[in-house]
Ligand binder design. Sequence first.
Ligand code: UFG
Length: 329
Amino acid sequence: MTVLVLGGAGYIGSHAVDQLIDKGYEGAVVDNLQTGHREAVHEKARFYQGDIRDKDFLRSVFEKERVTAVLHFAANSLVGESMETPLPYLNNNIHGTQIALEVMEEFGVKNIVFSSSAATYGEPKRVPITEEMPTKPESTYGDTKLIMEKMMKWCDIAYGIKYVSLRYFNVAGAKMDGSIGEDHEPETHLVPIILQVALGQREELSIFGNDYNTKDGTCVRDYIHVVDLIDAHILALEYLQNGGDSNIFNLGSSSGFSVMQMVRAARQVTGREIKTKVVERRAGDPSTLIASSDKARNILGWNPKYTDVSEIIATAWKWHQGYPNGYND
Ligand code: UFG
């Protein structure tokens, strides 16, 4: 009775494996280690290095493991990169999901929890964003996530594969003890970059525009702690295993923080100066993204605990201080 975690060596996937094992699940991981880290995978999870697009490889994993459900995190996930090189994104994300669904169908596995994104909405007409609002992705990445959701919808209708798609807003933070965390190369996300400045690894934070229509002119985002995010995945897994129907949920904390507010919070948490300079806007950045997570709270019974961004930053800081060079330390 194994939960198979595709992309379980990545930032979010590794936290999922950790929490699954902690809750007494049997866990197995598939990861091609293109962006993931072998060291991030819990020692009690069985690890298979390989690519989900390699059908023979994926079949061999399903032959060894009695897979009851799949958690699918295996994807390329950078908005900017997806605009410059869309073809690898289409190939890895869409083709990879197709192979995963084909193998699930072949082995009669009926439950999948899927890592989707706020990027499926594009620039929202209003916030907070609810699941009924139109999806209009403005990046290849966002569109791949929407297409992957649709692939699962058709596989539900045809084969009865039930899915929960979780549309994440801005995920940050690390496991409380700082033993696993975020390690991307190159790093593009706000919280780790701010903390690299605090550590002296970068001179300053470039703030991408301060002329947005927001309280201080910098972009507003909804930050959610990775541990809370994974709690929602485990609730989604239980929901499916209890016969729940396919569904889509937003995951955010329902409050927005500007880039400048994040910098100020990080200064307080770290006690460091954290220099900033304002530069041009980054292409494709919506000004404000805030989730309504009422649906996840009502249907899944989700109750995020770390809604204070200082707490989120503090756990990320613990990880960055302990592993200033990430998993290379
Ligand atoms: N930012 C800066 N300077 C930086 C990095 C980021 O000012 O060096 C700003 C961005 O402009 C943005 C905010 O900080 O306003 C957050 O940026 P991130 O890159 O950390 O996150 P995004 O909001 O761009 O992306 C996140 C997820 C994506 C997801 C997207 C949905 O990381 O996977 O939300 O829009 F697709």
